[in-house]
Design a protein around this ligand. Structure first.
Ligand code: COA
Length: 165
């Protein structure tokens, strides 16, 4: 399904993003979500692992390139999607020491430009990072709590599958 898509992105500062789940530092993700996040504090490790296993795309941000040997994971995001009409973005974080240098914006760019995610409606929930996500086309869902969404763009969906409308 995701075969032949790009799996690694490299920037000029020595960081990389990979969608290869084998490279993920489960301990780091679990530690952050369970201890530091405001949305799933106390979450069981098994559930963090299950959510990763069941999510179609998990993005690790690394200092270094995990394809070339050990690299330190410094960020994460997870996408649940049917790759046609609906996507959900969750568990976005960058560890504190690496914040404020554009890594989450780069991550959001990589995620929202994925050919098979690009046209789908995209939802997420956030307490205070609206201005991060709004830079990538997310808009408030009105009165529905703290949710934001991007509208379905079928033309772009078709393009992602290299089909004409
Ligand atoms: C939110 C978070 C992922 C941002 O990561 P980062 O790599 O430091 O962010 P960047 O350097 O790429 O810049 C973030 C941009 O979003 C903006 N922003 C909006 N809300 C923000 C927030 N709550 N925290 C950080 N930045 C925020 C910043 O101002 C910046 O915009 P600008 O550079 O255009 O002015 C990181 O602070 C984090 O992990 N926080 C804890 C977990 C969390 O809240 N995750 C989001 C859940 S919805």
């Amino acid at each position: 399904m995701l075969d032949s898509e790009q799996t690694t992105w490299i920037n000029n500062d020595g960081f990389s993003i990979s969608i290869n789940k084998r490279f993920l530092d489960i301990e780091l993700i679990y530690h952050f979500l369970s201890n530091e996040s405001y949305w799933v504090k106390g979450m069981a490790k098994e559930l963090v692992e299950a959510s990763i296993e069941s999510s179609i795309l998990c993005y690790g941000v690394y200092e270094g390139n995990p394809n070339n040997g050990p690299a330190k994971q410094v960020g994460f995001a997870r996408v649940v999607s049917d790759l046609v009409r609906f996507s959900w973005l969750g568990d976005v974080f960058v560890i504190p020491e690496y914040r404020g240098r554009g890594l989450s914006k780069w991550l959001l760019h990589v995620i929202t430009e994925h050919p098979k995610l690009k046209g789908t409606s995209f939802q997420l929930a956030t307490k205070d990072a609206h201005s991060l996500y709004s830079q990538f086309g997310f808009k408030p869902l009105g009165e529905v709590g703290n949710r934001m969404a991007r509208p379905l763009n079928l033309e772009v969906v078709y393009k992602g599958y290299k089909l004409s409308t």
